[in-house]
Design a protein around this ligand. Structure first.
Ligand code: SER
Length: 892
């Protein structure tokens, strides 16, 4: 390892360095702004975020009012395309990177040069304690072509802090910073640090090495004074307000503060380098070509992992192709110089994930996915890499023999097309062999192929049809109910015999069913058609939209629109389950645990552990607490990506048996009331629930109870329904003053009347019974009674028939009666009649039931039948007479 004397007093870890930067500017009144995504979808002028200031572009141009006049951030930046592109150099030197972290402070029309310079100096020399005698500054020296004067103001300010012989004037190339071909720009002042060993420093003045590409005299901080807007016409337009935009490379600052010879030796890269040397068995610091390869791999895997975590997978177009090129460059280096013939870089994601767990947790959250993507790319490219290298070797030998230095465009394109060699990779290898490429010829061949590939519709993978070049799908439905979307894959399934299409979009506001909450419905709207989304579900990480209609144009641009009204009702019910859960624990005790829940637009169902029925008072109290919380209109606090442990420490309720990731979403309605881990959608404030009403409470299993409840519109409808019943009752009872009393009175009257009726009926039955004894006849030795009787109920009919049993033998009784407007028949035969003849009450009653259009049955000695036709009773009695006559005939 290179040993040098530049000895800072502290050896801070990069995390501390980053934190100190942010804290310093926070103390100076700056708002800490989270990093923007690396993949810059917001600005068509850029593919990737290439500076911390990108996300503030509109503030500089006065297109938008900045919410804070001072800001600070740590921003991962990717300089691999457009105006700022370091890709070709990365790895060949020891301090440049494709992805680096920029620490910045900004003034939006607030402070200007004086403060920016003063604070930069204070932070570097007092907080970080960099030795002043190792610092140099550069100032814009003017540009005649642009008609710009030297920045003397900045020069004069610097004189307050640093000796004049350390202040250097620079050219437009080094000291006029521009974001891209257009956009905010202005003169800049850079701070450089000389990190050479003491002994070397005395031999040559560091001043002479500033901006010469020396690996140890390097720029660490760029202070830009934004004053202009570069127009598309390339003219500079003066801005109405002046701004400050500074950016310091964390990697380089760490190199200086940790006393390292290279950014790759800092704690930001050392673990990666170690993992690479370990896996390859190669040493770092012994061979220039191997060292370059190790640096390329370490740098590129970091850049690619961050880009994938931000949603940009390697593809064949635009930003995706840049990522693919970076990755393929690394694969080629690892193959040629580190000897890897199998995928290995994906394993480095684990090192990165651990390293960035605190500051950039998305790497860890998506680790498996990132590994999978990198593995896939490695495996695919390694399949053709050896062939391509072999071809190139062959071509270069042939060219060298013929004295030609140009690889023609067709050949370069063939390498690109069949072996997956990006042009810059072919160029890199060609350069190593002293050859050049016909770029124009390549561009032509590429164009022909583009036209061809546009015609290709989809790739088939299993039962999915994949639309190529799409980004990783994202869910935006916590913040939006509408989003622009493109189809990324689809498949056809059969559901209940019906053809159903499952669509996956590149981004979607549709919530997929999960956590007890139903999936969203809505529509996809395009210029040429509209498709109804009937349901949304999740399959692993894919959000699947169900529809009965396949888009006509698979590549069209959609507006994905969630049924907002339905979502509102669902969110109401979901938030209500949280309030109910908290209220249950408050009233019944902490043993209450959620056992399940189901939330849709109509009703919410909440299952929980509790040993007994909830008393009406407790239920009322629970309902009351929830309604109080609704009236308090508590604002939703939603925190995404909270480390699980931190969430638990906050007291968040987790579901027993539920698997949570490393990071969770926490939903709070008043930290003192309800904190839950939850992925569902919620109301912005509890007032939206309007009103909460429990409709049922019951046991669903031993020790588990279920509450069903309603909110908002449904609760209102429920109450309206109940009130309508009351109104109806009042109406029926002729608007009594006191409805309850009126009903009680009715019930009392009914009891009295029933008693009176029973007494009357008993009396009636008694007199019928008494009369029968007079009516019975003895015919040929058999007692017979076939009669219509008047009895109040069926029981009385039976009693009447049985009155004769025991007294007369042999006995044949058929009684007919009309009870409640319906015909009934009872048949009673004495035992001896049964044993001596083939008569059977059950059979007889079945016959007699026919004319009354009914049915019946019973025992051989007693049977009854009921019917529907009153007019048939007489005929039944005649039939009974006939049966009896036949019986007599038989026995006489
Ligand atoms: N925008 C400037 C840069 O990227 C300073 O932040 O260097």
């Amino acid at each position: 390892m290179f040993n040098f004397k530049f000895a800072p007093t502290t050896k801070m870890r990069s995390e501390t360095i980053r934190n100190k930067f942010i804290e310093f500017f926070e103390q100076k009144g700056h708002q800490h702004i989270p990093a923007a995504p690396i993949v810059n979808k917001a600005d068509p002028a850029l593919l990737f975020t290439n500076a911390g200031m990108n996300q503030f572009k509109d503030f500089f141009l006065d297109h938008q009012q900045a919410p804070h006049q001072r800001a600070t951030s740590a921003q991962p930046c990717l300089r691999v395309s457009g105006k700022h592109n370091d890709l070709e150099e990365v790895g060949t030197d020891t301090y440049r990177h494709t992805l680096f972290e920029m620490l910045g402070n900004w003034s939006f029309g607030d402070y200007f040069k004086q403060e920016a310079i003063h604070w930069a100096w204070e932070l570097l020399t007092v907080v970080y304690q960099l030795p002043k005698e190792r610092l140099y500054v550069t100032v814009f020296g003017g540009d005649a072509q642009e008609n710009l004067e030297p920045d003397q103001e900045t020069y004069t300010i610097w004189k307050q802090y640093i000796a004049e012989d350390r202040i250097l004037y620079g050219t437009k190339k080094d000291n006029f910073w521009e974001m891209g071909d257009t956009g905010p720009c202005g003169p800049s002042s850079e701070i450089h640090v000389d990190m050479r060993p003491e002994a070397v420093c005395t031999q040559k003045d560091g001043k002479e090495l500033v901006n010469t590409g020396h690996r140890q005299v390097i720029e660490i901080w760029n202070l830009v004074f934004i004053q202009y807007n570069r127009l598309a016409s390339s003219q500079l337009e003066e801005l109405p307000t002046k701004h400050v935009d500074t950016g310091m490379g964390l990697e380089r600052l760490a190199m200086a503060l940790q006393g390292k010879a290279s950014t790759y030796d800092t704690d930001l890269f050392a673990p990666l380098i170690q993992a690479i040397t370990h896996a390859s068995g190669k040493m770092y610091g012994q061979d220039a070509a191997i060292d370059t390869a190790i640096r390329v791999v370490a740098d590129h895997v970091r850049a690619v992992a961050f880009a994938i975590a931000d949603g940009q997978i390697p593809t064949n177009t635009r930003a995706g192709y840049v990522i693919r090129r970076i990755l393929r460059r690394a694969i080629r280096y690892s193959h040629t110089y580190l000897g890897f013939e199998q995928p290995f870089m994906y394993q480095l994601v684990d090192v990165l994930a651990q390293q960035s767990a605190v500051t950039y947790p998305t790497i860890q959250q998506q680790q498996a996915y990132i590994e999978q993507v990198i593995y896939g790319e490695e495996a695919a490219f390694l399949k053709t890499l050896a062939t391509g290298l072999h071809k190139l070797e062959h071509i270069s030998r042939a060219l060298q023999e013929s004295g030609n230095k140009f690889i023609d465009g067709e050949t370069a394109f063939e390498l690109y097309d069949t072996c997956g060699f990006p042009l810059d990779l072919t160029r890199l290898i060609a350069q190593e062999k002293g050859l050049q490429i016909d770029d124009q010829g390549f561009a032509q061949a590429l164009q022909v192929q583009r036209v061809r590939s546009q015609q290709a519709a989809t790739i088939v993978q299993g039962d999915w049809h994949i639309i190529p070049h799409a980004a990783k799908p994202t869910f935006v439905g916590y913040d939006q109910l509408e989003a622009d979307a493109k189809l990324v894959r689809y498949r056809t399934i059969k559901e209940k015999g019906q053809q159903v299409y499952q669509l996956v979009l590149d981004q979607t506001p549709f919530y997929p069913a999960g956590g007890g909450q139903v999936g969203d419905t809505g529509k996809l709207i395009a210029a040429e058609e509209e498709i109804a989304i009937l349901d949304t579900k999740k399959e692993h990480e894919l959000i699947i939209h169900y529809t009965k209609q396949l888009p006509k144009n698979l590549k069209t641009h959609w507006r994905a629109v969630v049924d907002a009204e339905r979502r509102r009702l669902i969110s109401n019910n979901h938030s209500a389950t949280h309030l109910l859960h908290a209220a249950l624990r408050q009233v019944l005790g902490a043993h209450v645990e959620q056992k399940g829940s189901s939330v849709n637009e109509h009703v919410l169902r909440f299952d929980f552990s509790h040993y007994a029925k909830i008393s009406p008072e407790d239920l009322k109290q629970i309902e009351h607490i929830v309604n109080q919380k609704i009236r308090a209109n508590i604002l939703l606090q939603e925190q995404r990506h909270v480390p699980l442990e931190a969430a638990k420490a906050m007291g968040a309720t987790a579901l027993f048996g539920e698997q949570y990731g490393e990071h969770v979403r926490v939903i709070t309605f008043d930290p003192a009331f309800s904190i839950e881990l939850c992925g569902g959608t919620h109301v912005p404030a509890t007032g939206q629930l309007g009103f909460f009403k429990i409709i049922t409470e019951a046991a669903i299993a031993a020790g588990t109870r279920r509450i069903e409840a309603l909110t908002a519109d449904a609760a209102e409808r429920f109450i309206d329904g109940q009130l309508a019943v009351l109104d109806n009752l009042r109406e029926t009872l002729k608007q009594p003053k006191d409805l309850v009393k009126a009903i009680q009175q009715l019930l009392e009257e009914r009891t009295t009347l029933r008693k009176a009726l029973a007494a009357y009926q008993a009396e009636q039955t008694r007199s019928v019974k008494a009369a029968l004894h007079q009516r019975i006849q003895a015919i040929h030795g058999t007692y017979v009674l076939i009669e219509k009787v008047s009895v109040p109920h069926i029981e009385a009919l039976k009693q009447v028939a049985f009155e004769l049993k025991g007294t007369y033998k042999p006995l044949f009784v058929v009684l007919a009666a009309t009870i409640d407007q319906r015909p009934y028949i009872a048949v009673l035969l004495s035992e001896d009649l049964l044993s001596s003849t083939d008569l059977n009450a059950h059979e007889v009653v079945k016959e007699l039931a026919k004319p009354i259009r009914g049915g019946g049955g019973g025992q051989p000695c007693f049977a009854t039948a009921g019917g529907k036709y009153l007019g048939g009773l007489e005929q039944a009695l005649t039939m009974a007479q006939n049966i009896f006559q036949q019986h007599i005939k038989k026995i006489s």
